[in-house]
Design a protein around this ligand. Structure first.
Ligand code: NDP
Length: 487
């Protein structure tokens, strides 16, 4: 049975209760995991507080080498971790491998930045006095992670937290704790320093508490000894996180839902745009915060574009992610499949046309999992749920437009503002879209991909603050103003 990881030890929950993790591809039990509660979080806080005292004093260069060493340990164990991830989440082994690669790349990025944090020297009006701004770690951080990318979204919190000198408690989604627990166990074994001075991370620097959001998650939000919350998940839970954490004036970042528009102009590289619309919508079975969730096509190219996309979808093999032939795994949860189905049915009932899919694939092992065909819908009205809500699964609504202004207006009519893209070879159109799209990120002729090097986050209901890039480090450091007077 898998365990939680607290204070450098693999542990059961205080109550010894466990629950099963099931494979979305066939319902088989993958493993059992401790069902933690508030008391387990409190133990983790105790461990993380005592580790923080040591870790904050480790030199930034050594913190960087520890993170680099952690990456080596993860790389050596990629195959085992990928299999765990595929079995608990449902994604294909190929997608699991890419996720681990992205996790490692992100941690390496912050390993490099650990020793590059700078403050400043500030001239003051008083004679013989000057100011400084120094930047210090905050303390114990809490990272709350969803089930779609359990590892990369854990890494976007753990990387900058550790580089800045904080300790961290991770709460994975209830249904995807296994790969996370294994990776944290490996990170805890990371070493820094040479020869006899070589050390491992202080016990309690990294912790995982598994269990429900209603107990484990709530305690992370409420407990005043956790000073910083990084949350990725749905917009409704994000609102709740902000309210509860706000009572203790905690530092909060929220990475929430999105409904990214992809706008394709008639002068774009259409063949490339078709391929990227496929990846952007159907990768990870469409369960991505960033992703092509509303496709806007200029009228003159719509038929060619949709014909090309349908040809790709016809070849997409849906099945168990462990099989090499599979190109798209199941939806992670039964309830999530139902939600996508209802959104598609709502669009159909309002006159939308199904260009591909729109149903459960049937037969053999497919009947045992939460499968749904890759789905493409046109004539989707503006008040349909697929237009107004986030579609968190493999279904794509398509809209046509005459002018860029019309496309931008429709694209911006969403409550969300995470990613967006414009596909054009016209510099003026590209610049206008960059300027006008209401989103935290705009890609020009590029897949909606969260580069580690660039700040990533949302506007409007898509979130608060940024992950990725050097910008993310700012959210794990407190600036302290210092005045020095020469007397
Ligand atoms: P949820 O908001 O339901 O859950 C996210 C995490 O929050 C889980 O670990 C969950 O635990 C926990 N949680 C639930 N209730 C509470 C609570 N009361 N207090 C504290 N923690 C709680 O989201 P999903 O897991 O369904 O993830 C999908 C959503 O995440 C989508 O909307 C997607 O767009 C968004 N997302 C955003 C990204 C971004 O960077 N902007 C990236 C990826 C996804 P438990 O599992 O135990 O309920």
């Amino acid at each position: 049975m898998a365990k939680m990881f607290i204070g450098g030890e693999l542990v059961d929950s205080v109550t010894k209760e466990t629950y099963e993790i099931r494979n979305p591809a066939n319902g088989a039990v993958v493993d059992a995991i401790p069902k933690g509660n508030e008391k387990d979080v409190q133990q983790a806080i105790q461990a993380a507080e005592s580790a923080f005292k040591e870790w904050a004093d480790v030199t930034p260069e050594d913190r960087g080498s520890a993170l680099m060493n952690a990456c080596e340990l993860i790389k050596k164990n990629t195959s085992e971790i990928a299999q765990l991830l595929t079995q608990e989440q449902g994604k294909t082994l190929f997608e699991a491998g890419l996720e681990i690669h992205h996790l490692v790349h992100g941690l390496e990025f912050y390993a490099g930045l650990a020793s590059k944090v700078r403050g400043s020297h500030v001239p003051l009006p008083q004679k013989g006095a000057y100011g400084m701004v120094i930047r210090q770690p905050i303390g114990v951080c809490g990272g709350i992670v969803p089930w779609n990318f359990p590892l990369t979204l854990m890494g976007t919190k753990l990387g900058p937290a550790l580089a800045a000198g904080n300790s961290i408690i991770i709460k994975p989604a209830s249904t995807t704790p296994l790969a996370t627990a294994r990776v944290i166990e490996l990170i805890a074994q990371a070493t820094f320093g040479e020869g006899k001075a070589q050390k491992t991370l202080p016990k309690g620097t990294v912790n995982v508490v598994t269990g429900p959001g209603s107990s484990v998650g709530e305690e992370i939000l409420r407990n005043p000894r956790i000073r910083r919350i990084a949350f990725t998940g749905s917009t409704p839970v994000g609102r709740h996180v902000m309210e509860v954490a706000g009572r203790e004036i905690k530092r909060v970042t929220l990475e929430l839902g999105g409904s990214d528009p992809m706008i394709v102009m008639e002068d774009a590289n259409i063949d490339l745009a078709i391929k990227m619309a496929d990846v952007g919508r159907y990768f990870n079975c469409g369960q991505m915060c960033l992703g092509v969730k509303r496709l806007f096509l200029q009228e003159s190219i719509a038929d060619k574009f949709l014909g090309g996309l349908v040809e790709i979808l016809k070849k997409k093999t849906v099945g168990n992610g462990m099989s090499k032939e599979t190109r798209m795994g199941p939806i992670h949860l039964e309830s999530q499949r139902k939600e996508v189905e209802e959104q598609v049915e709502d669009a159909k009932s309002r006159g939308a046309k199904t260009l591909f899919g729109g149903e459960r694939p049937k037969g053999g092992d497919l009947d045992k999992g939460f499968y749904y065909s890759p789905t493409l819908m046109s004539n989707v009205p503006e008040d349909a749920r697929m237009t107004t809500e986030e579609v968190f699964g493999p279904a794509l609504p398509v809209y046509t437009f005459k002018s860029l202004d019309e496309a931008l207006e429709k694209a911006n009519s969403s409550e969300f503002g995470l990613g967006s893209s414009i596909w054009t070879r016209n510099l003026l159109s590209a610049n206008k879209a960059i300027d006008k799209l209401q989103a935290g990120n705009v890609w020009v002729n590029s897949l909606h991909y969260g580069y580690d090097e660039l700040p990533f986050g949302g506007v409007k209901s898509s979130g608060l603050g940024r992950e990725h890039g050097p910008e993310a480090l700012d959210y794990y450091l407190e600036p302290k103003g210092v005045v020095i007077v020469n007397v």
